[in-house]
Design a protein around this ligand. Structure first.
Ligand code: FAD
Length: 587
């Protein structure tokens, strides 16, 4: 057997949604990366399909939203059906699924394999990421004596390549490792972390079918609750498919996994749908799962090896969150790792991966547990208890991905400009959608679409009315200070200014250089200054004299203040960008 040796900045184990989004960040930031996957490459069937609005915002920031929406099925509405104690099945509600407030996207459905293929194509646009299929790590050693040296490669792995035709081993030294290897994570086991949680008795069948049925809402997303019998819900998918989730037992019944067949799932589905009929034209995939809730007791070792996705959290597919939260784990980690590797960001920020994502994982498990209880309650009593309905409503923001509120003081300032409850811009939350018109062209954009995932911090300056001389003056004074900060920390920000003057009452030429810089390609950069539209200032919680909002590369608000708060802004940035004093790892 031959054995070669190599070195890499980041080694990612597992090419599921979490591993691929981590690799996409590395690709966007030009980081030398290997992604290894045990499977041979083929389009995955089955698996996840629900995409929540925050994931769409993430895809948009990476520039892949259009490819997704060309093939997905948006969730336009839900039908709720109930079978009562007398056995009659009737529709109890048919609801629109409105796009969440201040978001361009509603939820949608697309098979996980197609999402993975799209993300993979974008990763490979840059040559810095290499993907190896049919490759598995077989050993991991961490050289603890070199952990304090940022240039060292302390993670030493042996990879086994086995494509059926031949086997070869390779020794890889990596600066950082990301374990994105799913629920049975090999990486997690190497790190000695335990999954903690419980397994329920609740067994579900899940299948992707093309069907012929006279059920009126078959091409809508529908939930059918049958008193005493069980729950069923289904979702319209691409290519005429429907994803069915079928509850196969009651909470108090034991159902051995070995007794579950495709026929049992389809018979139960037909029974729950009666008196309507359903026949199967084509079955693309089926599977079964017993609901369990587990959370790893660790997410990182030495801030050199990180676990993301199902390697950290396991739960049921009931609320369609697993893939979304898994991708968001990597969305949180990727820019931090890339910034540290590019020696722009201080390596201490890597500790915020676990402090920011663990609460999200805990909430995910809680949300899933609650929804299982909800299904069981409806099956047992025939209706949803009022307190559950209220709680379900309250959970909507977290189901859409908007409840995330990062609080680690290293990345989220303690006090911002915005003290008004309900204001749209909040420290620790994702920057909302606010429409503005480009000052030079008049073209309308949502500010969030200007916050691209390229690894840069974004500085959004709400500039006030620039037709008033003293407001223009303070805007330009801030711009000059921002330029000095850029020079000091040797980093370029993505700068967006939004003013309240009319387009003709102020000119780009009167603005500080950072807002209207010379651009090698276009002569001048016309994409930094915008006119406010609608009532953005008021709704965002910003006074008429404006504010500055510092947005992290993953679109979460880190700091906000007045245009005069330059010292406070510098104090916020200093520990994040201070890279000269690398803190050695302390056990
Ligand atoms: C039926 C079903 C429906 C679902 N529906 C939804 C939904 O609608 N919405 C949603 O958000 N989530 C849903 N989920 C959950 C979702 O599929 C997972 O949460 C998601 O796939 C997790 O992504 P991941 O990348 O962390 O792990 P995985 O998708 O499990 O990917 C891990 C990858 O690592 C590879 N791997 C494992 N071990 C090794 C190793 N030692 N070496 C190399 N490679 C390795 C695996 O082959 C795999 O490709 C559903 C899950 C199921 C089963």
């Amino acid at each position: 057997m031959t054995r070669k040796e190599s070195a890499v900045d980041v080694l990612i184990i597992g090419a599921g949604p979490a591993g691929l989004v981590a690799a996409l960040w590395m690709s966007k930031c030009g980081i030398n990366t290997r992604l290894v996957e045990q499977r041979p490459y083929h389009l995955r069937v089955g698996g996840a399909d629900g995409i929540h609005p925050r994931s769409m915002e993430m895809f948009e920031s990476f520039g892949i939203d259009e490819e997704i929406t060309q093939v997905w099925e948006p969730i336009t509405g839900w039908a709720l059906w109930c079978r009562n104690a007398e056995g009659a099945l009737a529709r109890s509600a048919r609801m629109e699924n409105p796009t969440p407030v201040r978001c361009r996207w509603g939820p949608g459905l697309l098979q996980q394999g197609i999402i993975e293929r799209i993300v993979k194509q974008h990763i490979l646009e840059q040559s810095c990421v290499q993907i190896d299929y049919e490759t598995t790590p077989i050993s991991l050693v961490i050289k603890e004596d070199s952990l304090g040296d940022p240039d060292s490669h302390p993670c030493v792995l042996t990879l086994r390549h086995d494509d059926g035709a031949g086997v070869s081993d390779e020794l890889v030294r990596a600066k950082y490792v990301i374990g994105a290897d799913g629920a049975r994570s090999w990486t997690r086991k190497q790190l000695g972390f335990e999954m903690q949680g419980t397994r329920t008795r609740s067994v579900w069948g899940v299948t992707d079918l093309v069907v012929v049925s006279d059920f009126p809402d078959i091409r809508l997303c529908s939930t059918i609750n049958s008193y005493g019998e069980g729950g069923l819900f289904f979702l319209r998918r691409e290519r005429g498919l429907i994803r069915f989730y079928v509850q196969l037992n009651r909470a108090d019944e034991e159902l051995p996994a070995t007794s579950i067949t495709q026929e049992l799932i389809i018979e139960t589905l037909q029974k729950l749908l009666r008196p309507y009929t359903l026949s199967v034209k084509r079955c693309e995939w089926w599977s079964t799962y017993t609901v369990a809730h587990y959370l790893s007791d660790g997410m990182t070792k030495y801030d050199r090896i990180f676990l993301v996705g199902d390697a950290v959290h396991n739960h049921s597919p009931l609320v369609g969150l697993g893939m979304n939260i898994s991708m968001q784990d990597s969305y949180n980690l990727g820019w931090k790792l890339a910034g540290v590797l590019k020696t722009e960001l201080n390596s201490t920020i890597l500790s915020t991966y676990e402090s920011e994502r663990r609460p999200v994982a805990e909430e995910l498990i809680e949300t899933d547990r609650f929804h299982l209880q909800l299904f069981d309650a409806v099956t047992a009593t025939g209706s949803e208890p009022a307190w559950m309905l209220e709680r379900e409503e309250a959970m909507q923001p977290s189901m859409q991905g908007f409840a995330v509120n990062y609080l680690d003081p290293l990345l989220t300032a303690a006090v911002g400009i915005n003290r008004r409850p309900g204001a749209l811009i909040e420290l620790g939350k994702r920057f909302p959608q606010l429409n503005v018109a480009n000052h030079a062209t008049g073209k309308v954009y949502s500010i969030q679409t200007l916050l691209k995932s390229e690894g840069k911090f974004h500085v959004v300056v709400f500039a006030g009315d620039l037709s008033i001389p003293h407001e223009l003056n303070r805007f330009n004074t801030f711009g000059t200070a921002l330029k000095q900060i850029e020079n000091q920390i040797m980093v370029k920000f993505n700068v967006i200014a939004v003013h309240r003057a009319s387009k003709t009452a102020t000119e780009l030429a009167s603005m500080a250089e950072i807002f209207f810089p010379v651009d090698e390609t276009t002569g001048r950069d016309y994409d930094r200054v915008y006119c406010d539209m609608e009532t953005n200032y008021e709704e965002a919680g910003i006074g008429e004299y404006g504010a500055v909002v510092l947005v992290r590369p993953d679109q979460y608000v880190g700091w906000s203040g007045e245009l005069e708060d330059v010292q406070d802004l510098t104090r916020y940035l200093q520990p994040i960008f201070e890279t000269k004093k690398q803190v050695p790892y302390n056990n």
